[in-house]
Design a protein around this ligand. Structure first.
Ligand code: ASP
Length: 318
């Protein structure tokens, strides 16, 4: 076997959220900065894979970079709740052992994905929420804490004002909600040992209340990884939960033997919009197939395929 054919495939895909992102709506400097932040997340995640690191480490590191970017709805740049705060959700899942960690309603953890990883590693649980999750963070050295206002940015404040002006309209079935008030970041990776992992992190939905939690931290809805593939979703979370979207993609691969691309397309272009939702998903499998699918006008995204082909994109037709 030549050294090329004996090399195990590595793959990485990331997203910075799906939604209404019109061509020409971003000023060129912002568009360039978004591509640069996506590229940085790819660099950081892929460097881990290329030096023999695990898919789990790679997705955590890539998502951490995206959480620090003010352009995406996760960590800094997260959307505001109805009370004018930020409540952050995240999950991470290791396909090799099917271990998972998830957190929701965080107020002070700079990198929610890192706390999700600690839940996976250092707790007997899968999902911690609110005050309890913050108390767990208190016990974890190295989990950086910030005041809640650290996550705030002006564009998100403007988005909250707009959402509150529209509030008279019914949420249910309101097309204006589609793709406008959401956003998420996520990563999926295949490592040199043939294992996959997924991670997702989000501020959730603009103007959310009552402790609303979307699909991102819900294992099987917005985040999933097993022995065959890893999936991270973005979109109108209620519909991803109702469709168990991430797990549905993996189940089609596992039980029907679907190709990864067909499974992702069936769920993201079929099930989710048929039930009224919108959004996208990224996925990798253990053969190195990478799939990035959206039913919205845009999804911030990036990929490195096993042959080294790499790119970043924003709009649907890119
Ligand atoms: N799915 C996330 C949520 O509903 C938001 C998004 O991905 O756009 O919380």
């Amino acid at each position: 076997m030549s050294s090329t054919t004996s090399r195990r495939p590595l793959a990485l895909a990331i997203h910075g959220g799906a939604g209404v992102i019109e061509q020409g709506s971003l000023v060129p400097e912002v568009e360039a900065a978004i591509h640069a932040d996506l590229a940085r997340a790819l660099d950081v995640g892929h460097a881990i894979l290329a030096t023999g690191g695990s898919a789990l480490d790679a997705v955590e590191a890539a998502v951490t970079v995206l959480e620090d970017s003010p352009y995406f709805n996760a960590g800094r740049g997260a959307v505001f709740t109805a009370e004018g705060r930020h409540e952050l959700d995240a999950a991470i899942m290791d396909g090799r052992h099917r271990r998972a960690g998830a957190v929701a309603g965080l107020m002070t953890v700079r990198h929610p994905v890192r706390l999700a990883r600690r839940v996976l590693e250092d707790s007997p649980h899968v999902f911690l929420i609110g005050d309890g999750a913050e108390q767990f963070a208190d016990t974890q050295p190295g989990i950086e804490r910030v005041p809640n206002g650290w996550f705030s940015t002006e564009p998100r404040r403007a988005q909250l004002r707009e959402a509150q002006q529209r509030e008279q309209q019914a949420w249910h079935g309101n097309d204006d909600l589609r793709g406008r008030y959401f956003g998420t970041v996520g990563a999926v990776a295949l490592d040199s040992r043939g294992h996959v992992a997924a991670a997702t992190s989000t501020g959730g939905m603009t103007n959310k209340r009552w402790g609303r939690v979307g699909d991102s931290p819900v294992i099987g809805a917005g985040t999933w990884a097993d022995a065959r593939c890893a999936v991270s979703c973005s979109g109108w979370g209620e519909f991803y939960i109702r469709n168990a979207a991430a797990h549905d993609i993996a189940a089609r691969v596992a039980y029907r033997g679907d190709r990864l691309r067909d499974a992702v397309e069936d769920v993201i272009l079929g099930e989710v919009p048929q039930h009224g939702g919108d959004g996208g998903a990224i996925a990798v499998d253990t053969e190195g197939n990478v799939s990035l699918v959206l039913n919205t006008r845009g999804m911030y995204r990036g990929w490195v395929r096993p042959d080294g082909a790499r790119g970043t994109a924003i709009y649907q037709d890119a």
